[in-house]
Design a protein around this ligand. Structure first.
Ligand code: PLP
Length: 439
């Protein structure tokens, strides 16, 4: 009998035995194309020889040294590399072990910044209803996904939520993308004014929403407007690129495509690429200086932060992503994935929207395409698609959930950046079959 508490109890899982490139093989010898990189984690593919060599070299020398006593070359080099690649204005890096930890650290950084600079009344966090920022209590409270939060609500700190930028459902048919973006920005400003600008600490958003709804990017100049409003009211802008960052959308950081730089930026999944658990928080000099010139201490920490083997793996992963051919492939294969999905599924009465950037694509499923009516949650369409796809040798990331009272099923596709054209075509064929079989 299995002694592990799995995420879903009573659903037997295949045992993964080995992985190479875009494929995972189980102990029965079945091969699966990793069409979602797990949960958008696998970035440079499985078993990459350069990453394995970097990890081996680190393991041979040093596996762990507590960051209260030492720093390491691996951690210092990773920070250096991330700052070089990041948009101007993000000058320092804090290394953690995953996405939720990165978001928790980002929230505490924002809070401590205001405490250190004599504005302790700034405490409110505003985020968006269509969002997921992690499962630890602060991150869970920040995320807007009511379904994920429901039973833990009594444990969560208070947060405030505004509308997501979700044109497929919310943009008026006669509203331009610019007018829609302006309406949402006005809503954010109204919320800041309602709470009292001097009490608001940060606005948190994913540039391209991942887990909650499947690769939803913003419209027009939405983030430029958001940046301006945050600046006007002295509110810090935290962008959560745990899922959409590190090359996933075709640029190293997703916010590059929105033309803005946040005060704090979180990354994780693609950073470690599945080789090691790691996350990072990038922050501005203003925030760093407030700690350096104030208490001299960021009052937060985990035992494994800056882990040298994780840093060594991430260093190599980032180096590979930064090679021009990697992002060129993300963009070329991303375009092939989008057009192939549109050709295969665009006319389906059950497909409402196909969207995304780079190798980060989402398919929204609907019972009625005209009315955009979601499927009855009891049908658990997303769970069926996942099973049907696996039976056809494809890992995909379908999800269902309630957003603003409306249930929706969607499929997230996020294959490794090394995927090739014939593998994209296989992915499209198998996800199309899986959706047909599930509905
Ligand atoms: N933030 C975003 C945008 C995410 O998508 C996720 C995970 O899906 C997290 C944070 C939490 O990351 P982790 O699962 O590594 O704790």
């Amino acid at each position: 009998m299995a002694r592990i508490l799995h995420r879903s109890i009573g659903q037997p899982l295949p045992h993964a035995a080995s992985a190479q490139g875009v494929y995972i093989t189980d102990t029965e010898g079945r091969r699966y194309l990793d069409g979602s990189g797990g949960a958008a984690v696998t970035s440079v593919g499985h078993g990459h020889p350069e990453v394995l060599a970097a990890m081996r070299a680190q393991i041979d020398n040093l596996c762990y040294a507590h960051t209260g006593f030492f720093t390491t070359d691996a951690a210092e080099e990773l920070a250096e590399q991330l700052v070089k690649l990041a948009p101007d204005g993000l000058d320092y890096v804090y290394l953690v072990s995953g996405g939720s930890e990165a978001v928790e650290a980002a929230l505490k950084m924002a809070r401590q910044y205001f405490v250190e600079t004599g504005r302790p009344e700034r405490r409110h966090i505003i985020a968006r209803r269509q969002s997921y920022h992690g499962n630890t209590l602060g991150a869970l409270a920040t995320g807007g996904n009511a379904m994920r939060r429901q039973q833990f609500q009594p444990l969560l700190p208070q947060t405030h939520h505004v509308s997501p930028c979700y044109a497929y459902r919310d943009k008026g048919s006669d509203e331009s993308p610019e007018a829609y973006a302006a309406r949402l920005a006005d809503e954010l400003e109204a919320k800041i004014l309602e709470l009292g600008p001097e009490s608001v600490m940060a606005f948190v958003a994913e540039p391209v929403v991942g887990a909650t709804l499947g690769a939803v990017a913003s419209e027009a100049d939405y983030f430029k407007r958001v940046r301006k409003i945050c600046d006007q009211h002295g509110v810090l802008l935290i962008l959560d690129e745990v899922m959409c960052g590190m090359g996933r959308t075709g640029t190293m950081f997703a916010c590059e495509q929105d033309g803005i730089t946040p005060d704090i930026l979180t990354v994780a999944k693609g950073l470690g690429g599945g080789y090691q658990p790691i996350g990072a928080v990038l922050l501005s000099s203003a925030i760093f200086d407030s700690f350096a010139n104030g208490s001299g201490l960021f009052q937060h920490g985990h035992t494994y932060l800056g882990h040298p083997v994780a840093a060594a793996a991430a260093n190599k992963v980032v180096e590979i992503i930064a090679r021009p051919e990697t992002l060129a492939n993300v963009n070329a294969m991303g375009a092939r994935l989008q057009s192939g999905l549109e050709a295969a599924l665009g006319a389906s009465p059950y497909v409402g929207d196909i969207r995304g950037r780079g190798l980060f694509r989402g398919i929204e499923l609907v019972a009625d395409r005209e009315q955009k009516t979601p499927f009855d949650p009891a049908r658990k369409i997303h769970a069926k698609i996942k099973r049907q796809a696996m039976a056809r040798g494809l890992i995909s990331y379908p999800m269902g959930g309630t957003i603003d009272g409306v249930y929706g099923d969607h499929v997230l596709l996020a294959p490794p950046y090394t995927i090739q054209a014939d593998e994209i075509d296989f992915l499209i064929e198998r996800i199309t079959q899986a959706i047909d079989a599930a509905i």
